[in-house]
Design a binder for this molecule. Sequence first.
Ligand code: AHG
Ligand code: MN
Ligand code: MN
Length: 334
Amino acid sequence: MKPVSLSRFLIEEQRDKAQIRPDLRLLIEVVARACKSISIAVGKGALGGVLGDAGATNIQGEAQKKLDVLSNEILLEANEWGGHLAAIASEEMDDPHPIPHRYPKGEYLLVFDPLDGSSNIDVNVSVGTIFSVLRCPEGVTEPTEAAFLQPGAQQVAAGYCVYGPSTILVLTLGDGVNVFTLDREVGSFVLTRRGVRIPEETSEFAINASNQRHWEAPVQRYVAELTAGKTGPRGRDFNMRWVASMVADVHRILTRGGIFMYPVDAKCRDKGGRLRLLYEANPMALIVEQAGGAATDGHGRLLDRTPRGLHERVPVFLGSRQEVERVTAYHREA
Ligand code: AHG
Ligand code: MN
Ligand code: MN
């Protein structure tokens, strides 16, 4: 069979399946094009002068890397003139970015973490981009923060790109999850996995174990049972992996199962958690659910949370359904 490019896939979703509208197709194509540019910049590394700190901090108090800033600019420039967006919000910007008046406005809101896994940039480990698409509320012509504060269940599309040994785009339009691999010579994303399903059972978990002393009781209990292995209550051995780029950790789980956890702990309790609801948790939760997995904040479904702010942080448990349900049950019991 002939390879199916992202463009062809999207046109078929629009024309043959009536699954998406033309402006959403354009939006996805534009984001994918921006991700190609980011992939090129990431790939050049030191030769492109893109490593190291930018010398500024974002609203979350995190030191920005040059690639955080560059990726944000690439995504903004690619998306502001096409007429498909009403506004843009990013992990790296304090406030929503309005579409300049000289361009037409569309009906979608785009939200992104331009460069996920910043701590891995300078050590040549996989990083990525995470994005989410919402509908601009009806009647809103100049979207402010309030327009973005929609439960994740209302996302019309979500995806991420991993800049690893190969560049991979994972996309959901709310009808399953598909994976595209960048053909670098041709410069186009090619469909390489259709209808991804996360195995329900798993023997692999991901958590930053250096925070163990700060974890709450339900997470202590769950991880202690996993690490007890064969002779513990679970009766089998579990393996642990932590890349520290959410995109890479989630991609491994999408490929061979597992559970990813970034719980709230004593270190980040005042902020609500480590990961951001709009830029990280919600898009990943939609992808994981669309692949048959589950995603909670320890208590309830992540996608049901109404965000209280653009940069709100939350605890995250996602991946293979049975494991996510178990650790969530431990929270409820506590
Ligand atoms: P970002 O680089 O966008 O700030 O996100 C980093 C996130 C996420 O990708 C990863 O899972 C987590 O932070 C790693 O946290 P630790 O450094 O605490 O392990
Ligand atoms: Mn991130
Ligand atoms: Mn980031």
